[in-house]
Design a protein around this ligand. Sequence first.
Ligand code: HEC
Length: 134
Amino acid sequence: MRRRLAAACSVEALAIALVPFFEPACAQMPLPEAKSMDSAVLFRQQCATCHTTNDTDPQRQGPSLFKVVGRTAGKLPGFHYSSALAAASFAWDEARLDAWLTDPQEVVPGAVMPYRQSKPEIRARIISYLKDLH
Ligand code: HEC
C-alpha cells in the first residue's frame, strides 16, 4: 500500500511538474481519480481478458504473465506464439515492456497482440504490477 501511494505520488508529481502549487496534494490521501489508476485494477481491465497471472490457470488468448519480467520473450512452454514472437531472443525488462505496450508490432514485427496503450502513466502502472508477479 505504501509503495502504491509512493507510485501515485510520483506519477502525479510528473503530471503536475509544471504546476508547483499543486504539489502539496501529494502528501494527502489518494484522490478517487488516483484510485482508478490502481495497478491491479488497470491490469484486470486491460490485460486479464487475455493474460493470467499464475502458472496454473489455463492460458487465455495470450501467455501467462507470471514472472514475465526477466523472462525470455516468446518462450513460455505450452503457449502457441506467433512465429515472430517465438523467434525473439531478448528478455523482458521495463524498457521492452514499455515499448511493447505502446506498440507490440514495433518491438516484434509480426507479433499478434491486439493491444496498444498510448498513455505513459498507465503503462508505468501496469509494468509495476508485472514486476510484482514473482
Ligand atoms: C486481446 C488480447 C490481449 C490483450 C488485451 C493483451 N494481450 Fe498481451 N498478448 C496477447 C497475445 C495473443 C500475445 C502473444 C503474441 C504473439 O504470439 O505474437 C501476447 C503477449 C504478451 C507478452 C509477451 C509474453 C511472452 O511470453 O513473451 C506480454 C509481456 C504481454 N502480452 C503483456 C500484456 C499486458 C501487460 C497487457 C495489458 C496492458 C496485455 N498484454 C494485453 C494478447 C493480449
